[in-house]
Design a protein around this ligand. Structure first.
Ligand SMILES: [Cu+2]
Length: 173
């Protein structure tokens, strides 16, 4: 009885999906073809508006919005850039009433068909020792390693940013 009920429900869902799909088809079809041509050689993982906080020396961080276009979660395991020989994937956590940053265990996970924000005060790509000054408008290459996938390569832009970072920078010392 229970099984039969479930089957009826399942067929109802299929019908509804088919209906909705045909009604909405013109728009998604156009979106798909535009994306396909622009992203033909790009991995299913992308990053929107990547930027690096300007600095004269020492440490800084890179931010942006990771976008996962696939049906499975994507895990970023490490990062690299010519700007800093050592790069870590960091999170910001509260520790004894203070915000401190530390390496994020397991890396950054971008949910299926979802996004993961890298932003001041939150997860970020940490450049542990920059080799040259980062000025506004600087173009800095990055590569993020993806677990079981193609690496994500992008160029981040140098940007001034006041606040946030300074408050938890001492957490590194
Ligand atoms: Cu950090």
């Amino acid at each position: 009885m229970y099984v039969r009920h479930a089957l009826v429900l399942a067929s109802a869902v299929v019908t509804l999906t088919a209906c909705g799909g045909s009604a909405a088809s013109p728009e998604p079809a156009a979106t798909t073809s535009a994306t396909a041509s622009a992203a033909a050689t790009t991995a299913a993982l992308t990053i929107t508006d990547p930027w690096v906080k300007t600095t004269k020396e020492g440490m800084t961080a890179a931010f942006g919005t990771l976008v996962n276009g696939t049906d499975a979660p994507v895990t970023i395991t490490s990062g690299a850039s010519p700007l800093s020989p050592v790069i870590e994937l960091h999170e910001v956590v509260e520790d004894g009433g203070k915000m401190v940053m530390r390496p994020k265990e397991g890396g950054f996970v971008v949910p299926a068909r979802g996004t993961h924000q890298l932003q001041p005060g939150g997860d970020h790509i940490m450049l542990m020792g920059v080799t040259e000054e980062v000025k506004p408008g600087a173009r800095i290459a990055f590569t993020l390693q993806v677990k079981d996938g193609e690496p994500l390569e992008f160029t981040a832009i140098g940007k001034d940013f006041a606040g946030g970072e300074e408050d938890y920078q001492p957490g590194h010392k």
